[in-house]
Design a protein around this ligand. Structure first.
Ligand code: CO8
Length: 374
């Protein structure tokens, strides 16, 4: 078996930023318009008025202060309330591939791994721009890699599940190096017209290069000690949009369930114990005491959730350095969140330090990757 190393990572951050203040102003303008439009029905008690959103609620409930998006103009227009992106001809690079290449460039440079050694490209994200051909194959061609490529989707756990696949392939010799990209254009399937969730998501792309230990410079990167994945079916986070939509009467209409839906409080309560058990069980099987962990790079959905998971795993409140959050700047970027945290907050660790990258989300799904600084 080969040693598997995370040799480099990259992040592409879209330049557009939406602050909570801008988001709330746009949503409230939309809600006022809707309430005026349906004034008679509301007056007659046939329809509930839309409630206003608030910055104070968003910050307290989630810890999110702003998010990056690929297009803020459409999202903030109360008459539109979604990103507006020009359609591209088939000959042009798709948007997901375009942002994937930007993150991939950074990860490949950081890794020092030549493209000639990349035997597989995985595009792991919570939604894909089209059904086929795979975005990963487009990226594979654009970087000039041989081998094979495929798309996969395990919602917020897409990146950790992809690391598991890549690590297994490299360990058993079926690939020398693997490029993973996580282009998360969550703004395209976020429901910006629902105050319960309009603040949750942001766009980004992360990339990860994994390679054999012997092909990575000594002292560079993190050895993947072990990976663990878990799934347990739940309807509490759901998006019903799919290829059978047009086959069903009335399903092409503007329907709320064709965007992101969740029972947030239920998710919070049910997922926290699952994640704590996953991490503690994984560490126990590896013979690692939680107290020996130098860092937890958790999925970035909610600050309160992360505080609770960190405290239960470590048996005490983690410091900000031990458990870095990026959600205040990026919001929930689905599968990319824990990878942004890992990418930005891992260089300072001393050789031999151990940490856990952990994701969790729709499915339910959760993934845990135990790594050690080389
Ligand atoms: N402004 C003001 N008030 C609000 C707002 C708002 N924007 N939103 C809700 N409220 C109100 C509610 O109506 C409620 O009022 P009342 O008490 O009168 O009923 C009150 O505030 C409390 O609401 P909640 O109970 O919903 O508030 P919570 O404290 O539970 O916080 C959270 C809501 C932040 C959503 C929280 O429950 C949470 O973070 N839960 C975990 C969610 C999570 O981690 N989900 C994972 C989803 S990500 C994933 O799996 C990837 C999916 C694929 C990507 C999709 C991309 C689009």
């Amino acid at each position: 078996m080969h040693e598997v190393v995370i040799a480099g990572t990259g992040i592409f951050t879209p330049p557009d930023i939406i602050t909570n203040a801008e988001l709330v102003a746009a949503y409230n303008a939309y809600a006022h318009r809707q309430n005026a439009l349906h004034g008679a029905a509301i007056e007659a008690g046939e329809r509930e008025p839309l409630q206003m959103s608030s910055e104070a609620f968003i910050e307290k409930a989630s810890g999110i202060l702003q998010r990056h998006v690929v297009d803020k103009v459409g999202i903030l227009d109360p008459g539109v309330m979604h990103p507006v992106l020009p359609e591209r001809p088939d000959e042009e690079l798709s948007l997901m591939a375009e942002i994937a290449l930007k993150a991939a460039d950074e990860a490949l440079t950081a890794s020092g791994v030549p493209v000639a050694s990349i035997d597989a490209v995985i595009c792991a994200a919570s939604n894909h721009e089209r059904a086929y051909p795979a975005i990963a194959i487009e990226v594979q061609r654009a970087i000039g890699a041989a081998g094979f490529a495929f798309d996969m989707n395990v919602a917020c756990s897409s990146a950790t599940f992809a690391i598991k696949l890549a690590a297994d392939m490299i360990a058993n010799g079926s690939a020398r190096a693997v490029l993973i990209v996580n282009p998360e254009i969550t703004s395209g399937h976020q429901e910006w017209r629902d105050r319960d969730c309009h603040f949750i998501f942001g766009d980004v792309c992360t990339a990860i290069v994994l390679a054999r230990g012997e092909d990575v410079a000594e002292g560079q990167g993190f050895t993947v000690l072990s990976t663990r994945c878990l799934t347990d079916f739940s309807n509490a986070i759901r998006n019903n949009n799919g290829f059978l939509r047009r086959t069903r009467e009335g399903h092409m209409a503007d329907r709320r369930d064709m965007q992101f839906m969740q029972e947030g409080r239920k998710v919070f309560k049910q997922v926290v114990p699952v994640v704590v058990d996953l991490i503690l069980g994984h560490l126990a099987d590896e013979g690692i005491a939680p107290g020996d962990l130098s860092r937890l790079w958790l999925h970035q959905a909610n600050k309160n959730m992360n505080d609770l998971i960190g405290a239960k795993v470590l048996g005490r409140e983690p410091s900000r350095e031990e458990q870095p959050n990026v959600l205040q700047d990026y919001a929930n970027t689905s599968s990319a969140g824990s990878i942004i945290a890992f990418s930005k907050f891992s260089d300072d660790l001393a050789p031999g330090s151990t940490g856990v990258i952990c994701s969790f989300g729709a499915g339910y799904s959760a993934g845990s990757v135990v790594v050690r600084k080389r």
